[in-house]
Design a binder for this molecule. Sequence first.
Ligand SMILES: [Zn+2]
Length: 463
Amino acid sequence: MALQLYDSFTRTLRPITAAQPDGVVRYYNCGPTVYAAAHIGNFRTFIINDTIRRVLELQFGSDKVRYVRNVTDVDDKTIRQAKLEQRPLREITQKWWNKFSADCRALGCLEPHVEPAATDHIPEQINMIEVLMDKGHAYRAADGSVYFKVDSFPEYGRLSRLKERELKPGSALAAGNTGKDTASVDADEKEDGTDFALWKAWKPEDGAVKWEGPQGQDPGRPGWHIECSAMSRKHLGLTLDLHTGGVDLLFPHHENEIAQSECCNGVKFVRHWYHSEHLLVDGKKMSKSLGNLYTLDELTEMGHAPMAVRYALLAGHPRKQLNFTLDSLHAAAKALANLRQFRAKLGNQSGDTALFDPVFAALHDDLNIPGALGALFSIVNRGPDGVDAETFDRVMFAFGFDLTEPEQAVSEAPAEVTALAEKRWAAKQAKDWPTADALRGEIQAAGWTMKDRKDGYDLEPAG
Ligand SMILES: [Zn+2]
């Protein structure tokens, strides 16, 4: 059995294969921008990618998959945050990078084989920009920024089917709809409105963030897109077997990566593109103003186990939008408890290793996780007789479900008690002890005890 994934470039379902004779699948996943805590929408993407990596490892062997996930540590957002906190860029990005790594571990994601940071690869990026300039694919604008000349690459737009839509200078499409690095869109400096920045000349608001530019000129910083082209080339080579990311990265980020890499290297950049869909929360797009941008900490502070978060984020088809609700976390915790009890009954027994074939068949069919979970629970519901423990463990590895994690008490406190607890937590943070004590009394009167931890609290029924 072999994993087939929908390829966004050919728009067909195709098997993942390794092109190089060493048989290693070269796999690049666009990583986080480290300027704040990642939210569960970000984590959905990374958990899906972790699951792809696990399924590939089971298929090819654990030493035959090389998974690289980068860290974007220089862009408008990281610079803005460093300025806001009046700290060096690296201090801010390292802090949030560490937090991201800790969250990934808690969510059961395997460490990437390489986790390169953009600021550690400035020479590699400069080198690519210089090659692109030498080959006539890039030019220096009046302000010293360097732009990629989109009309020098006739293949531009094939991934996102750009010609079937319309690319007008200054349109939302040309500007890039990701909200990322919008400052790169400065039609005055560019020969053509669709050209995008490879190098951004230093501006006063960049503060101390600058490096020597291409050809030793024009200090500044790299554009976001060239970071991924340079880091993937360094750590995986000229042609990748699999490149993934959230669907919001398809245009312009991945389109631009193709243009840069293929014009610079002269060979095909990516053999298979895979994009996962967005997460909705309570049926709505996540946004700060709606207050539905959950971080992992916020969910664990409510008493939810990280493994339940992983389960809930995996429960939908990766290429469909998934609606996340707090109720889905309760369902996930129950499902994990069922799996844990079932595993305990298996002991070391051997049984029919083919029993779980339908689970793997669903995973291999474009990562149909809901189908795979359905097949899994039909086995669990039949009972442990004849079930092979080792194969069951392989299935758990594929999903990344760690059943050894101690069961955390999931707070079933009613909303009004949770609201009191939130108020008391805020009062405590503000060192408003009288209010905090009064609220503790109210919580107790409602039949609950609030136990403080270093970084949060637990709500337990008073007993
Ligand atoms: Zn990227």
